[in-house]
Design a protein around this ligand. Structure first.
Ligand code: ATP
Ligand code: MG
Length: 283
């Protein structure tokens, strides 16, 4: 679906921002760009969906170089921008009807989608009176209405409360089940961990790691075990890597004596791994 090779881009003529970036995205994958603010996530999305054209290197999307796409490309992709560009003077429904009219393909009925995202009762209201979360939800519906085969979602859950974020994430997973390919930009590691088949860690325009979230978490130093032991009223605490626990004499002795009071394993989060690999926090 996407092949990027030696991509270079700079906003400033004198300083490269993205240098030598390469990656592929196969069909049917949810591919995440995870990185802190300013990492270049939205910039990359704009290059992939043909908004920024003056890049160097190869960026093939649906088999054609991104800067050479014609109008038919926009029939096949759906884009949810970081800042939803909707018409404030139109109602929510009018916005969807207008954008649907730009496509040759017959769009989905918007009402069930609006209903699911809590917007049906607001469909007749002008978008200028929508909250940020409502605009985000409407922009997501707009992105999927013409059933594109490739979806670009830039921070689709930002500004959403947990219950709408959950519904929207379920809808993203349904898009994947329907065979669509999804590029998801986020600085939310929980979303990246849950949704993405593979995730790229981006910092300052550079890809610091790329892999399956579970693999990235396992590669890094492994799981640590915390245990408490003793039996005479005061419990002591021990810590050991899970892979070395069988060599921990104190743990093994207390296990034999039946005096281990509790054991907890502390798996690394994707954020722990991100910090270890990039030296940067996500927020
Ligand atoms: N139109 C522009 N002109 C000049 N510099 C820009 C432009 N757009 C973005 N930048 C700069 O490029 C860098 C990357 O911006 P980008 O919007 O891609 O980051 P991001 O990872 O999406 O961040 P966020 O999580 O805040 O959305 C930032 O330093 C930003 O200031
Ligand atoms: Mg952004």
């Amino acid at each position: 679906m996407i092949q990027v090779e030696q991509l270079q881009f700079s906003y400033d003529r004198h300083k490269a921002f993205i240098e030598d970036l390469s990656f592929d995205v196969p069909q049917g994958e949810i591919f995440g760009f995870l990185g802190p603010s300013g990492a270049g996530k939205s910039t990359l999305q704009k290059i992939l969906c043909g908004i920024i054209l003056r890049y160097q290197g190869q960026v093939k999307v649906l088999g054609t170089e991104a800067k050479e796409h014609g109008a038919d490309f926009y029939e096949k992709i759906g884009v949810d921008f970081e800042f939803p560009n909707l018409y404030g003077k139109f109602t929510g429904l009018e916005n969807l009807q207008y954008f649907s009219s730009l496509y040759k393909k017959k769009p989905l009925d918007p009402l069930p989608l609006l209903d699911r995202l809590g917007l049906r009762e607001h469909a007749g209201k002008k978008v200028s009176a929508y909250s940020k979360g409502m605009k985000m939800r409407l922009a997501f519906v707009r992105a999927i209405l013409h059933q594109p085969e490739l979806l670009f979602l830039d921070e689709p859950t930002s500004g959403l409360d947990p219950s709408y974020a959950r519904i929207l994430k379920d809808m993203i997973l349904e898009q994947k089940q329907a065979g669509r390919t999804i590029i998801l930009t986020t600085h939310n590691m929980h979303d990246a961990d849950e949704l993405c088949d593979r995730v790229a860690f981006l910092v300052d325009g550079e890809m610091k790691a790329l892999g399956v979230p579970e693999d990235l978490k396992c590669q890094q130093a492994g799981v640590e075990v915390h245990y408490r032991y003793g039996g005479d009223g005061t419990l002591k605490e021990g810590r050991k890597k899970l892979s070395e626990l069988h060599q921990d004499a104190v743990f093994m002795e207390n296990l034999r004596k039946g005096s281990i009071a509790s054991i907890h394993s502390k798996e690394k989060s994707l954020e722990d791994v991100f910090i270890e690999l990039t030296g940067r926090k996500l927020l």
